[in-house]
Design a protein around this ligand. Sequence first.
Ligand SMILES: Cc1cc2nc3c(=O)[nH]c(=O)nc-3n(C[C@H](O)[C@H](O)[C@H](O)COP(=O)(O)OP(=O)(O)OC[C@H]3O[C@@H](n4cnc5c(N)ncnc54)[C@H](O)[C@@H]3O)c2cc1C
Length: 475
Amino acid sequence: MVVGDIATGTELLVIGAGPGGYVAAIRAAQNGIDTTLVEKDAYGGTCLNYGCIPSKALITGANLAHEAGNAEEMGIHADPVVDMSQLRDWKSGVVDQLTGGVEKLCKANGVNLVEGTARFKDENAVRIAHGGEGQGSETVEFEHCIIATGSRVIQIPGFDFGDEPVWSSRDALEADTVPERLVVVGGGYIGMELSTTFAKLGADVTVVEMLDDILPGYESDVARVVRKRAEDLGIDMHFGEGASGWRDEDDGIMVTTETEDGEENEYRADKVLVAVGRSPVTDTMDIESAGLEADDRGFLSVDECRRTDVEHIYAVGDVVEDTPMLAHVASKEGIVAAEHVAGEPVAFDSQAVPAAVFTDPEIGTVGMTEADAEEAGFSPVVGQMPFRASGRALTTNHADGFVRVVADEESGFVLGAQIVGPEASELIAELAFAIEMGATLEDVASTIHTHPTLAEAVMEAAENALGQAIHTLNR
Ligand SMILES: Cc1cc2nc3c(=O)[nH]c(=O)nc-3n(C[C@H](O)[C@H](O)[C@H](O)COP(=O)(O)OP(=O)(O)OC[C@H]3O[C@@H](n4cnc5c(N)ncnc54)[C@H](O)[C@@H]3O)c2cc1C
């Protein structure tokens, strides 16, 4: 059907149905705002379709196979065979269930859903081009708009994602076979999560990283635990090398790298995964027509309510400058923006933003490190509990890593935490909650924790900071 260019109106237009946009749309509709959500690809955005969810599904499969095949010391003898295409189908089933749920929730909350690509006509209207050729377009006029168009993978010179051996993270998550040899360019969190996953699935993995360590942004003792485990899994890591290109060989491909001094190295592979980061999607929407300007990397600047320089246009999620590109950040920003449109006195508070890395072991962080606290003028006190002293960690056979709690010595307020170890992504929630509630070390230490659990390590780290730890020596 060919649809002509008709104009409709909406109180709030949300562009992009990722965790920033769909959450904003639902919250706005819950507040009685006439809301339209436009999406050009798939409900749930990068997170549900090509990011958080499929990667965690694959990690679960890889962990299960690896654990089962490596439990000899417990008397378990197994040699699991992974059917990659079946694992991929299972993962896709999980994704479909969740994306279908997002669509249903939007409809049930009264959000008008429009499929198509939005471009600004001016600061109060977009033109939405529908689907394929001949599908027509429509103009939607809005009082308020939330830009939630997310991010895309960064492509580097010499590595074209259109070439069959060159993988983006999205290609890696769609793989139906495990490459024998995989070179991963980039030792950030996506690169390391996927390196670990493919190593556990049987690939021979090499990581090349321009910096001198994996996981930039995390403290060196935290990254060290993950690096050591990656080495034990057989992942070969090379630092201070930038990937410069690749060429076909009789047997697979050859990936070339270069150091700062111009020294060249070569690594044989069957696939090369490029995971060097993501850039915001703000260049395909004619934002200038709405009076908006992105910075030189494409990010939009916003105030504490997520308003851009054009006051009735908000931005949330991966397009926003100076906040981490994480799904829960996008969702929180979406809620703040939607509630602000509804007239509520809200602001985005970055004090207790947790982050997790689903490597082996996992990392969970929130708030300040000890160095951050010092820089902010606190006199920090730090408590630590190694997982090797945790009964529950030993019974799961995963006892690498530690819980560290950072607090203000004078007031006892918890300022931050760094966890590297089993279930760190779950455990960090307790400390995010502690910061959010203004809890002190005493509050965390005196809360009765179930035994035997990994969460006891959180309590014990707080006790350690107070000089009262029972199961580890006090500092
Ligand atoms: C492999 C991988 C693993 C990840 N793992 C995690 C994790 O474990 N935890 C975590 O917190 N984060 C993770 N992330 C990051 C997370 O996916 C993003 O931070 C999150 O999706 C950002 O949400 P968003 O709503 O800003 O954008 P997106 O999720 O990117 O959604 C934006 C949506 O906007 C649509 N869109 C764009 N332009 C237009 C337009 N002009 N018109 C209409 N629609 C448009 C897009 O199609 C897309 O659906 C991961 C990312 C990747 C790639």
